[in-house]
Design a protein around this ligand. Structure first.
Ligand code: NAD
Length: 313
């Protein structure tokens, strides 16, 4: 029969893309429960879902930061039976650490880490009982490799990687599968929110030299990398669908083969210095030099082509 898929954070971006792609499956193999914090924001999803809305796709309120909201939504699902849980809801945070409030930092962990943990705690026991299920987490390349000025965001993704890597072993015994999807840059509201935030936010207690590095080294490199390497939500949805439909779903999938070398660097040199110095040069010596960082990543990737990376097609 149809597989019940519950996805968090579906009002935009990757969550919306995955919801619509699964709902539009030609063989109608999925019944998608597309969830979001605020149903007032459902128009874009409903529009993209077209005539699948009400058939293979339904919309439900769910705030991953609220116990009651998560419980209510899962209780409303027939027999609480969810075959596939996709943890997608997430928020970003960039800027120098001394200029960010601890409250803002905790919000990132509340959503990206505890939000996913809350969902898994609610859904996993039923999956274990049924001895079947698939838990998917939209992590990030930054869950495997830290990036300057993304300290707290990367930490939240590292946290969920560590949590899931530990849990995956235990779940295997119950025939429950865990899969991490690690996108590089993706063109979504996430990107917009970041630039919007940066233009409005003041970063108190931050020395001018650090601010200069942030604004003239990091930001132009980041814009450049999004332009040169950015994928679409549909690319991420394709990889996710492929993982779901694989007879033996991989634990990790990098969606962008150009990021394979970045991750490989870390394992190639266990002192960690190779990664550290590569990133140092990318940030301070090449930052702002148009396209150079992007070109380096492309060149690096040729030497690592044979490493596994799920291609979008
Ligand atoms: P997005 O901002 O378009 O989507 C994130 C969604 O999560 C939004 O719809 C937002 O409303 C929702 N959300 C936030 N807090 C929530 C909460 N408490 N409860 C329920 N929903 C909540 O951005 P996106 O790029 O589609 O992000 C989706 C996921 O992909 C995130 O986990 C993000 O960390 C990850 N990711 C994004 C990129 C990128 O470059 N865009 C790269 C790697 C990983």
């Amino acid at each position: 029969g149809q597989k019940v898929v519950l996805i968090t954070g579906c009002s935009s971006g990757i969550g919306l893309g995955i919801a619509v792609m699964l709902a539009r499956d030609k063989q109608q193999r999925y019944y998608v429960i597309a969830t979001m914090r605020d149903l007032k924001r459902q128009d874009k999803l409903v529009c993209a879902a077209g005539d699948t809305y009400g058939k293979t796709l339904t919309v439900c309120t769910l705030d991953v930061c609220s116990n009651e909201s998560v419980r209510q939504c899962v209780d409303s699902v027939k027999d609480r039976h969810i075959d596939i849980l996709i943890n997608n809801a997430g928020v970003g945070l960039v800027g120098p650490v001394e200029g960010l409030s601890l409250d803002d930092m905790m919000k990132v962990f509340e959503t990206n880490f505890f939000g996913a943990v809350r969902m898994i705690k609610e859904v996993m026991p039923d999956m274990k009982k049924r001895r079947s299920g698939h838990i998917i987490v939209i992590s990030s390349v930054m869950g495997l490799q830290g990036v300057a000025f993304n300290d707290v965001y990367a930490a939240s993704k590292f946290a969920i990687e560590g949590f899931c890597e530990s849990l995956a072993v235990q779940l295997l015994k119950f025939n429950v599968t865990m899969s991490m999807i690690e996108p590089g840059p993706v063109h979504t509201e996430f990107e917009m929110k970041m630039y919007d935030d940066v233009s409005k936010k003041e970063y108190p207690n931050t020395d001018p030299e650090t601010m200069h590095h942030f604004r003239t080294c990091y930001l132009p490199t980041s814009v450049n990398i999004f332009q040169g390497l950015g994928q679409t939500p549909e690319d991420i949805a394709k990889v996710t669908k492929k993982v779901i439909e694989s007879p033996r779903p991989p634990f990790r999938s990098l969606t962008n083969p150009l990021y394979t070398p970045i991750v490989a660097l870390k394992y190639a040199d266990d002192s960690g210095d190779l990664s550290l110095h590569t990133f140092y040069h990318m940030l301070y010596n090449l930052g702002g030099v148009m396209h150079v960082s992007v070109r380096i990543m492309k060149v690096l990737s040729f030497s690592c082509m044979r490493r596994r990376a799920v291609s979008p097609d």
